[in-house]
Design a protein. Structure first.
Length: 411
């Protein structure tokens, strides 16, 4: 697709600011490979990522892959994320607490009352969004609300088999209802296609691959300074908008997906999931004694891919491009695309359970435009403001929001 054709297709999903972000300072021509359809990725001599989307300055060694001329420092520890440092096993353990601690406490007879007391104390810092609903509603009065929902552990319970993380019909109905009143997006580490398959509500925005694959229902232009992203068609022929800031990583991700599958196939219980712009290496069903083998194998593969990094989720290692893009950036992008980035009359609510959701909680805190709600049955440090215990409380919260809004409209 040539650049002119891309311009011609621009529609209200991308703002001028975002387009400026895509400008390549080397030649001041828009680097429009950020905004691609699902078509085969372009092979370019320069990585399709503007330098300000990379987490560190492009000085130092070059990428090992000939076509990528951007340079990157080849530090083995620190900024290249936990798996590249020696702390990856600790990170795997701390992001994936097992039940051993609880069982030990039960044996000592101190489990439930102490756990309850700890949770109650924690609630003072992260009050329940249900108990605080009136406060949230008061704050939302007269404001334009946007809703962002993580999928796994938020809309669906955590289960052993990632392919079976179905959400209930009641949850689907609650999401559909609340989306009638507020623009609603699902922000997930899963691929867009997979999370859409699970949720199945057309009227939503979907940001898969940790926000690296954004699609939404077609809308009228919401603000004069909003340009369009590419219009494309999903598998069922529906027209959708797309924003894919890591499109040029696709061949590399595919390559690494194959390598990770190959090198973990002998580890009992390990599985590798294709999340399109990211790869998940699951160790939920691996004996804890073998977690280090999983980490080591992933680490060994990534040694040759300095432009990929790993983040830690719930018993999962998530391999993704090093670009400075995460769920927080996706929220900012969507708010801007919806014309909700200006003014004091916006309240964004983000509900999520995972470490990767913290980026979004932080953004909302920083811009003071809303609040994060952490879904957790146990005390956890977070940048969220409120908490909910589990997906069933999330459903109750969404239902309350819809009822509250409809009661206001009925007045
Ligand atoms: O951003 P999310 O929607 O929360 O996705 C994060 C990861 O979620 C999935 O894995 C997690 O849920 C699985 C099903 O309950 C569970 O088996 C696994 O242990 C969890 O880590 C998904 O499979 C991953 O690809 C996502 O990255």
């Amino acid at each position: 697709m040539d650049d002119q054709k891309v311009y011609a297709n621009l529609s209200p999903f991308v703002s001028v600011a975002w387009l400026l972000d895509l400008l390549d300072p080397m030649d001041l021509k828009p680097n429009l490979t950020h905004v691609l359809t699902d078509a085969a990725p372009l092979t370019r001599s320069r990585l399709g990522v503007s330098s300000n989307q990379l987490p560190y300055s492009p000085k130092g060694a070059t990428f090992p892959h000939g076509s990528f001329l951007l340079a990157i420092p080849r530090k083995k520890t620190g900024i290249l994320d936990d798996v590249r440092s020696s702390g990856w096993l600790d990170a795997m353990k701390s992001s994936s607490p097992t039940h051993n601690k609880v069982s030990k406490d039960i044996c000592l007879g101190i489990a439930s009352s102490d756990a309850d007391a700890a949770y109650s104390t924690w609630l003072l810092k992260y009050p329940s969004a249900l108990a605080s609903f009136e406060q949230i509603a008061n704050c939302a009065k007269g404001k334009r609300i946007a809703l962002f929902l993580d999928y796994d552990g938020t809309l669906s319970p955590i289960v052993e088999n990632p392919d079976c993380a179905f959400m209930s019909d009641n949850m689907r109905a609650a999401v559909r209802k609340v989306a009638e009143y507020f623009p609603t997006a699902i922000i997930s580490g899963r691929s867009c296609d997979k999370v859409y398959e699970f949720v199945g509500v057309r009227e939503l925005y979907y940001a898969g691959s940790h926000g690296m694959d954004i699609r939404g229902p077609l809308r009228e232009s919401v603000s004069d300074n909003h340009l369009d992203s590419i219009n494309s068609f999903d598998k069922k022929g529906n027209e959708v908008n797309l924003f894919q800031p890591a499109a040029e990583f696709l061949p590399m991700i595919d390559e690494v997906l194959g390598l990770l599958k190959e090198c973990t196939k002998d580890i009992e219980g390990a599985s590798v999931e294709n999340n399109k712009f990211c790869v998940s290496v699951h160790y939920r069903n691996v004996a804890e004694a073998s977690w280090d083998i999983v980490g080591q194998r992933v680490y060994d593969v990534l040694k040759d891919y300095p432009c990929l990094r790993v983040t830690h989720g719930r018993k999962v290692l998530e391999v993704r491009p090093v670009i400075d893009w995460n769920k927080g950036k996706a929220v900012t992008f969507l708010l801007e695309s919806l014309g909700l980035n200006d003014g004091d009359d916006v309240l964004a609510i983000y509900v999520g359970d995972d470490r990767t959701d913290e980026d979004a909680f932080k953004v909302l805190r920083e811009v003071n435009k809303g609040c994060g709600i952490l879904v957790s049955p146990a005390p956890k440090e977070s940048s969220a403001i409120y908490s909910l215990r589990d997906p069933s409380e999330v459903m109750e919260f969404l239902t309350s929001l819809a009822i509250w809004k409809s009661s206001i409209q009925a007045r």
